[in-house]
Design a protein around this ligand. Structure first.
Ligand code: HEC
Length: 178
């Protein structure tokens, strides 16, 4: 019978001496995600809800590819954990790439992008697959911009979000900010 009070006292001591100060040291619970995103948000791309909506639309839009068949989400399928669910992904005209499609969940937290780290930021990365001949196959940034400027809903959305007509840098900002 005497063991129980001892065990209870021991647990209480551990809680007060060890666990309680630990909880105090961590401070009050806060919105962790916004703290983290603040840490990784680039100064020249602060983002907004409207920009994220535009980026989302661009990410899903096959018109960003040369023959209107491939969007970012063709290879980074939301239902496949943003992967292609295949050894290698297929770009325009059924061409297979050489590398496996990594997930892009939490890609904003990566130090570099791609398996070999050849893009330093998400903004820089987003410009590449669109111009890659076996992925989305557009010929030049100018060709992409001309296509976007011919789509009235994008002209309006870019004007609302960035205060100017579609251009390649803003397009990459919006996709990176999804
Ligand atoms: C044809 C398939 C395909 C399309 C289309 C595609 N991707 Fe990818 N994506 C890949 C593959 C494959 C890799 C890995 C390539 C490498 O590392 O060289 C990759 C890598 C990435 C990465 C880097 C992730 C990491 O772990 O480093 C990001 C971010 C990304 N893609 C976003 C996009 C965006 C945004 C678009 C649209 C503008 C897009 N992708 C279009 C197949 C595709």
């Amino acid at each position: 019978m005497r063991r129980f009070p001892f065990v209870a006292r021991w647990i209480a001591t551990v809680a007060v001496v060890w666990i309680y100060p630990l909880l105090l040291a961590q401070g009050p619970p806060g919105p962790i995600s916004s703290e983290l995103t603040k840490f990784i948000t680039p100064a020249d791309n602060p983002g907004s809800d409207a920009m994220a909506r535009l980026g989302d639309q661009l990410f899903d839009d096959k018109r960003l590819s040369a023959d209107n068949t491939v969007a970012c989400n063709t290879c980074h399928e939301p239902r496949g954990g943003f992967t292609a669910r295949a050894e290698t992904a297929k770009g325009i005209r059924d061409q297979s790439g050489k590398r496996n499609t990594p997930t892009i969940i939490n890609a904003a937290f990566f130090q570099t992008q791609f398996w070999d780290g050849r893009a330093a930021t998400l903004e820089e990365q987003a410009k590449m697959p669109i111009l890659n001949p076996i992925e989305m196959g557009m010929k030049s940034p100018e060709e992409v911009v001309a296509k976007l400027r011919a789509i009235p809903e994008y002209v309006t959305a870019f004007n609302d979000v960035f205060g100017r007509p579609p251009n390649y840098d803003d397009m990459a900002r919006a996709i990176a900010g999804v």
